[in-house]
Design a protein around this ligand. Structure first.
Ligand code: ADP
Ligand code: ADP
Length: 226
């Protein structure tokens, strides 16, 4: 189950700065939750704590039935898509997609099965042998999504995944992410500073400011009564 329970979570960085303050949020299994707010308000810090890439100063984070505070990123039932795609430049598209599965000791047969299936869904079949530098921004973003999808996690985390794309490609990728959500019905937690993106994608939206939650609700409630 991909429900995510964030209970009283705070984050103080080593320099003393408190980036997240007493954050409480329950995200249902299969829900699309968007964290939105101005740059520097703590969205990425919150997401990275859910991913396990950032230590939690206080509070707990649960994924499914499990408190994950001390669980390594690779052992959490999540996959994350980064703004800068974070593809390995020396690996082909197929190798990039396969890497996380190899790390987790999946068999070659299973890896190939998953990579082929996801490549088909994302329209990457003809690009599998290419290196990232020979791809467009939109194609790189698809590979980054594909690398997350092959893991078949219960929870997907997205950190501003479309902000390096041009306006037209952003609209296209938004539709694609929504199609994906309908198709695989995983929980998605999506960070953006873009209100339009929040509005079009979120089942619910969590508005953050200065490390705290300002409002949580369905898009119409948030943007018609700000
Ligand atoms: P957002 O994703 O909303 O732009 P971040 O979570 O990236 O916000 O950052 C929240 C705040 O924490 C910012 O003021 C940022 O400068 C600060 N911050 C982020 N990482 C660190 C760090 N490693 N050490 C100290 N402060 C940090
Ligand atoms: P996976 O396919 O599981 O993401 P990776 O080797 O790409 O495998 O990543 C291993 C871990 O490091 C994952 O938890 C991933 O979220 C994290 N990670 C990958 N790239 C970056 C990056 N550029 N910055 C921060 N963390 C990253």
């Amino acid at each position: 189950m991909g429900n995510v329970a964030v209970n009283g979570v705070s984050k103080q960085y080593d320099n003393g700065y408190v980036a997240v303050k007493d954050f409480n949020l329950n995200i249902a299994d299969g829900e699309f939750m968007v964290l939105v707010g101005p740059s520097g308000c703590g969205k990425s810090t919150m997401l990275r704590m859910i991913a396990g890439l950032e230590e939690i100063t206080s509070g707990t984070i649960g994924i499914g039935e499990r408190v994950v505070n001390d669980v390594l990123p690779k052992d959490r039932d999540i996959a994350m898509v980064f703004q800068n795609y974070a593809l390995y430049p020396h690996m082909s598209v197929a190798e990039n997609m396969a890497f996380g599965l190899k790390l987790r000791k999946f068999t070659k047969i299973e890896i190939n099965r998953r990579v082929d299936a996801v490549a088909k869904i994302l329209g990457l079949e003809l690009l599998l042998k290419r290196k990232p530098k020979a791809l467009s921004g939109g194609q790189r973003q698809r590979v980054a999504m594909g690398r997350a999808m092959v893991r078949e996690p219960s929870v997907f985390l997205f950190d501003e995944p479309l902000s390096n794309l041009d306006a037209k490609m952003r609209v296209e990728m938004r539709k694609e992410i929504l199609r994906l959500h309908r198709r695989i019905s995983a929980t998605m937690i999506y960070v953006t500073h873009d209100q339009v993106e929040a509005m079009t994608l979120g089942d619910r939206i969590c508005v953050m400011n200065e490390g705290a939650i300002e409002q949580v609700g369905v898009p119409t409630a948030i943007f018609e009564h700000p």
